[in-house]
Ligand binder design. Structure first.
Ligand code: GDP
Ligand code: MG
Length: 670
């Protein structure tokens, strides 16, 4: 620590020499007024706007010290006014003191203003300021001995005061005095930490000359946040009461005070401010021990000068970053507000918002279910609607038997023979009765009836899931209407399912009432199959022929059992050939017809039905659904309000520093 300290002491010595020369002093004052003061004003404006609420730290000189170390007395000396002083804990809330050198108060009373709470401003006088602070404290922290971290701001406009803003904090005490809460130490240290932790804070550590510095709580605390004391300045009070060894204490620097020590003597008893300054001056000049301390380290004027320099340096250093933070936070808050659901003020707003949701949901659905555009969900296969529905249709087409279904184990043509036996009538032989064909057809079609039903159910279940998900996504700003949306979709899907079930039923019934196809494939296939008819009949009739033969389209068949049914064998063969040929037409119709039905239904849903169903659900019943949208959730409301407030604050802050930043960038330096 030795080296930097020597340099620092020399620097401040040099400064005080400058200050001693009148011309130089006025030059400094002038450049100070031009350069530093606007910066200080800007920071004060920010502080006044409470920009710290947005988490932006301002460069601040924070006064800390153990209880009765003389904090308030030091402020009093700097401000040249009387502050509440006394036994026990007087400073119970942070007191922000803004000292303003105001030429207009020259020769008249200083102007004192107290600001606290949300916008309370009280103009007071030097005589009454102590009471006014007590009153404000009582209002904030109660009339007992409790403490609070809500600050009071005292603006002092007075000719000759240093332009400084300092924060006086409650004193640190290990042992609660009578009436203080038991956890007073924790409460106070929490407040102090809050103020001194930010790197933008300068710690003015008030130490009484009467105590051993290393035992001070305030030293311990400031070292926790500023280990090497780089932003800590010590002011030693009560020099008059313990002059012995003070020189050693401040030159040894046992407690790592990076910014140096200033020893002072504050107002004692009923002295006036001027008497106190004169007494201090005399003390450090004449006292045999105290006069040995370098003049750059003693007296309130030196302290004021040091603080102003430090303050100017820290502000110049921090301001550009503060401006950046303000801009960052402003754009973040604005962005967040834009992301918020729109502010609904009346039914018209709500209806507009509602149709916006519907439009977006329907567009999404159309894209993924009809047009097959997946730009909204490039990686989520579940949302690739057209592809998934095509998959379902393909699986269904595959599942439908390509060949006319047969029961396993039946002997060749015996099923046909039994049907023919029952449908026979008084008729010419070898004439295939149409009723036999229809009976067979019914039996075969019935084996696949469930499949189209399953398909439409699967498709609508999938579409329902997609629709609900998309709708919930687009209506997430209005959770209060999501149950209605869900209900509307469910109702719509139930209808679609019922309609599809009717359609499938009709498809099947149509297959059963008539046997018709214009498909040339039917005749072609039937003729091909019938080519084996003669060979088959020969084998049935001529018992000497082998009983097994291979037939085109039927494979290897056994005919021995047909020999006793030779009257019906020819018709049975024909029946089988016709059914086999006709089955292909049935499958084709079941697949094509259903595919078109499904696509049509899905398209109508996305293009019309969903909008109608949602409108009925939300606009019906005297707009009950829309009313619900208007009653936006309290969480959303308060978040929006918070963001709006913060945007207003940040905007004002931005304006407060705007011309300063112009100055900084124009001048190239501050
Ligand atoms: P705080 O609790 O840290 O704010 O301390 P105060 O400013 O209230 O001071 C506590 C007591 O010390 C008061 O009675 C002051 O008058 C007294 N005091 C403060 N500074 C000095 C000083 O420099 N010399 C003398 N003799 N007394 C002082
Ligand atoms: Mg005090």
């Amino acid at each position: 620590m030795g080296k930097p300290k020597a340099k620092r002491l020399k620097a401040s010595h040099h400064d005080s020499e400058d200050a001693a020369s009148g011309a130089a002093a006025s030059a400094i004052a002038e450049s100070y007024n031009e350069q530093i003061r606007p910066l200080l004003d800007a920071v004060d404006r920010l502080r006044h706007l409470k920009v710290t609420q947005e988490g932006i730290q301002l460069p601040t000189i924070v006064v800390v010290g153990d209880q009765s170390s003389g904090k308030s007395s030091v402020l009093e000396s700097l401000a040249g006014i009387s502050l509440p002083r006394g036994q026990g804990i007087c400073t119970r809330v942070p007191l922000v003191m803004r000292l303003k050198d105001d030429i207009s108060t020259e020769g008249s009373q200083p102007v004192l203003q107290l600001e606290y709470g949300s916008g309370r401003v009280v103009t007071t006088s030097e005589a009454k300021v102590a009471d006014a602070i007590d009153e404000a404290t009582a209002e904030i922290a109660g009339s007992g001995k409790g403490i609070s971290d809500a600050p009071i701001t005292l603006v002092v406009r007075k000719r000759g005061v240093p332009d400084l803003t300092l924060v006086d904090l409650p004193g640190i005490t290990r042992v609660p005095v009578k009436g203080q809460p038991d956890d007073i130490y924790d409460q106070v240290s929490r407040i102090i930490q809050e103020y001194i932790a930010p790197k933008e804070s300068i710690i003015l550590n008030v130490l009484s000359a009467t105590v051993d510095f290393p035992t001070c709580e305030s030293i311990r605390m400031s070292q926790q946040v500023d280990r090497n004391g780089e932003r800590t300045l010590a002011v030693v009070t009560k020099s008059d009461r313990a002059p012995e060894g003070l020189l050693d204490k401040v030159t040894m620097d046992d407690v790592n005070i990076g910014l140096g020590y200033v020893c002072v003597r504050n107002r004692v008893g009923d002295e006036t401010y001027d008497q106190a300054r004169a007494e201090e001056d005399r003390l450090f000049k004449k006292h045999p021990l105290l006069s040995k301390i370098d003049k750059s380290m003693v007296g309130i004027p030196v302290l004021a000068q040091r603080l102003m320099q430090i303050q100017a340096a820290i502000i110049a250093k921090c301001l550009p970053d503060i401006v950046k933070q303000i801009n960052d936070r402003l754009s973040r808050s604005s962005g967040e507000l834009e992301q918020m659901p729109p502010d609904l003020n009346n039914v018209a707003d709500a209806v507009r918002a509602f149709f916006h949701i519907v439009k977006r949901a329907c567009t999404s659905l159309e894209k993924i279910l009809v047009r097959g555009e997946f730009d909204e969900y490039p990686d989520d296969r579940h949302f690739h609607g057209t592809a998934r529905i095509a998959e379902m249709l393909n699986a269904y087409a595959k599942k439908l038997p390509a060949e006319c279904p047969r029961r396993g184990g039946d002997l060749f043509l015996m099923e046909e023979v039994h049907v023919l036996e029952e449908t026979t009538g008084i008729k010419l032989p070898d004439f295939l009765p149409r009723s036999a064909f229809l009976v067979m057809l019914k039996k075969k079609v019935e084996t696949v009836v469930q499949m189209p039903h399953d398909l439409v159910r699967e498709v609508w279940d999938y579409v329902e899931d997609l629709t609900v998900k998309i709708l919930l996504h687009h209506s997430e700003d209005f959770p209060q209407v999501q149950p209605s949306c869900r209900r509307a979709v469910q109702g719509l899907m139930d209808k679609a399912r019922a309609q599809s079930a009717r359609h499938v039923k009709e498809l099947i019934e149509m297959e059963l009432v008539a046997d018709y196809t214009s498909n040339p494939d039917y005749t072609k296939t039937w003729s091909e199959l019938m080519e084996g008819h003669g060979k088959f009949m020969e084998a049935v009739k001529d018992h000497s022929q082998p009983s097994a033969l291979t037939l085109k389209g039927f494979g290897r068949v056994e005919v021995a059992h047909m020999r006793i049914h030779d009257d019906l064998a020819g018709q049975a063969f024909d029946l089988r050939a016709r059914l086999a040929a006709y089955w292909r037409s049935i499958v084709l119709r079941l697949v094509d017809g259903l595919a078109l039905h499904v696509l049509h239904g899905v398209k109508r849903l996305a293009e019309d039905d969903l909008e109608v169903a949602l409108s009925d659900e939300l606009l019906g019943n005297k707009m009950a659904g829309v009313e619900r949208m208007l009653a936006s959730s309290p969480a959303t409301g308060s978040k929006r309000q918070r963001l709006k407030n913060s945007i207003v604050l940040l905007q004002q802050s931005k304006e407060a520093v705007a011309d300063i930043m112009d100055r900084i960038s124009a001048g190239g330096e501050v």
